[in-house]
Ligand binder design. Structure first.
Ligand code: MN
Length: 240
């Protein structure tokens, strides 16, 4: 049995119906890494979230357009925060805390990486461009998602450096928020040249890693990003 990877999803409201949805690129990247993807719909009962954790060997917290609610890190929203999804926040924070408790392998992408930080007590920039001076470009909206846009510097002696066997990467970037104060279980493992936090990991856990970019959109055109999914699925396999 391949490692079962739970992939968080969201509700997509169309004019006549709501759909459970997530980018196929996460599913494809997990399949390419030898995992068995299992899409997890948002549920509000913590007992059901517990049930999901019994089924999976690794947890992938995905991206999304909704901001993690600033209320969850003690702030009120600035005007640039336009879209929230409190049920998704509650579900994913619950999953994340329980995964950390159990040392279940955990990969957070973009919003998922931010969720991991908030779940463990950290804070976010609600909007980099208004709250942080000298921020470079992080949200080029007119580019295909597999375009490499900015560099990140990877810290030495980290899981991330080992995974990519590199000190610098070119990555895509689709965010206007970012991790601000890093929650204690994590350390920063990659920065953009403007100092924006682009990755973090928990050194005390088997595999608990967040990235601010979107590796799942790069795995076909830039196969080195498969290293991340292979390492995650492999850690999920050895934990079972
Ligand atoms: Mn970026």
């Amino acid at each position: 049995m391949p490692p079962v990877i739970g992939i968080s999803s969201f509700k997509d409201s169309k004019p006549h119906k709501d759909y459970v949805t997530v980018s196929q690129n996460y599913v494809r990247s997990i399949l390419m890494a030898g995992g068995l993807p299992l899409v997890l719909p948002v549920v509000t009962d913590p007992i059901l979230a517990e049930g999901y954790l019994e089924l999976i060997d690794g947890l992938l917290l995905t991206g999304g357009d909704e901001a993690v609610s600033p209320l969850l890190y003690g702030e009120n929203p600035i005007p640039e925060v336009q879209l929230l999804y409190p049920e998704r926040d509650a579900f994913e924070i619950d999953l994340c805390r329980k995964a950390m408790e159990r040392d279940l392998p955990l990969l957070g992408v973009c919003r998922g990486h931010q969720t991991m930080n908030v779940a463990m007590g950290g804070t976010l920039y609600q909007d980099l461009f208004t709250q942080r001076p000298n921020t470079l470009g992080h949200l080029p909206v007119k580019m295909p998602v597999d375009t490499l846009y900015h560099t990140v510097e990877i810290e030495e002696d980290t899981l991330l450096a080992e995974i990519f066997n590199a000190g610098e990467l070119h990555v895509n970037s689709y965010h206007h928020q970012a991790v601000r104060d890093v929650a204690p279980p994590f350390r920063v493992t990659a920065l953009a040249t403007d100092g924006v936090i682009e990755a973090m990991e928990a050194p005390d856990k088997t595999f608990a890693l967040g990235v601010q970019w979107h590796p799942e959109d790069l795995t076909v055109k830039h196969p080195q990003f498969m290293n991340l999914f292979k390492a995650f699925v492999s850690a999920s396999g050895s934990a079972t």
